[in-house]
Write a protein that binds this ligand. Structure first.
Ligand code: FE2
Ligand code: FE2
Length: 273
């Protein structure tokens, strides 16, 4: 049997520029609707899961979903750009509702913890939301989430964790990040009985792939959040906004990676005549 690993991360539900269900009712009864950009995010989110369902039908595969951290967002750095700034109960409802299209397609879901500044101390929001949706249990830690998920599907060994610990954002350093990461993985698993074929990461909100440069392949996945005020501060103002997810098709000890990206159209320049 084929197993399709549908890998998504950095959803940042509750960020006003992240993934958001079509409508949210706050504690005081106020209804908040999606912005035009969030509508675009949601449409593409539905498209990604529609495509996953189509792959599942076509290959008669089992689908394993992985949420690779930053599922929700209570940004402790700044309450600016949050839909619900105070009540985690509302945020939890928003998070579980947002992954409903994912739940309908996946036979199992694994939840990986993201950045504490976004999902609370020891990723409590993610762990709680994972329980709510009946995600897989981490029997070793007695939790419903992982800092590092090490798993084997149809003989393919892979890991999923949020923080890769090394990045390279500039165009002329492209690829250095995942090459370094792959080398780190080879070093870290050296001499072990269990060595991954593929390591999957998130946090930086851009795609990078070491390909076959090393014996372990490392990939950074895209996010489901467009630029925040902080992104502009990082000098990313005119970078292309690209979101998306990937699939790992696992069959008879071999794997194939397919990615799906969605590119936010650039705004029309101001033009006076
Ligand atoms: Fe993130
Ligand atoms: Fe993060």
């Amino acid at each position: 049997m084929t197993v399709i690993v549908a890998h998504v991360g950095d959803l940042h539900v509750n960020s006003s520029v992240g993934l958001m269900p079509p409508r949210v009712t706050l504690d005081d009864g106020q209804t908040v609707l999606q912005s035009a950009t969030q509508h675009w995010l949601w449409d593409n989110w539905l498209d990604y899961w529609k495509r996953t369902a189509a792959w599942k039908r076509r290959t008669k595969a089992r689908v394993v979903g992985i949420i690779n951290g930053d599922w929700g967002d209570i940004n402790v750095h700044s309450q600016f750009q949050l839909i619900e700034p105070v009540n985690p109960d509302i945020v939890l409802d928003m998070m579980t509702e947002a992954v409903e299209p994912m739940r309908r397609v996946c036979d199992a879901i694994f939840v990986v913890r993201g950045t504490e500044a976004h999902t609370g101390g020891s990723g409590f929001l993610e762990n709680r939301a994972a329980k709510e949706i009946g995600a897989e249990k981490n029997a070793q830690e007695h939790t419903h989430s992982w800092y590092l998920l090490e798993a084997e599907f149809e003989g393919v060994k892979l890991t999923s964790s949020h923080h890769p610990g090394t990045s390279s954002r500039r165009p002329w350093t492209k690829g250095n990040d995942t090459n370094r990461r792959a080398a780190m993985d080879i070093y870290n698993y050296g001499g072990s009985d269990w060595v991954p074929d593929l390591t999957l990461w998130g946090h930086y909100h851009y795609y990078s792939d070491s390909g076959n440069t090393h014996s372990i392949r490392a990939i950074y996945n895209r996010s489901w959040q467009v630029k925040t005020a902080f992104s502009y501060r990082l000098g990313l103002a005119n970078n292309v906004s690209e979101i998306g997810g990937l699939w790992v098709f696992c069959h008879a000890d071999r794997f194939v990676v397919r990615t799906k990206q969605y590119r936010l159209p650039r705004p029309e320049p101001v033009c006076l005549s």
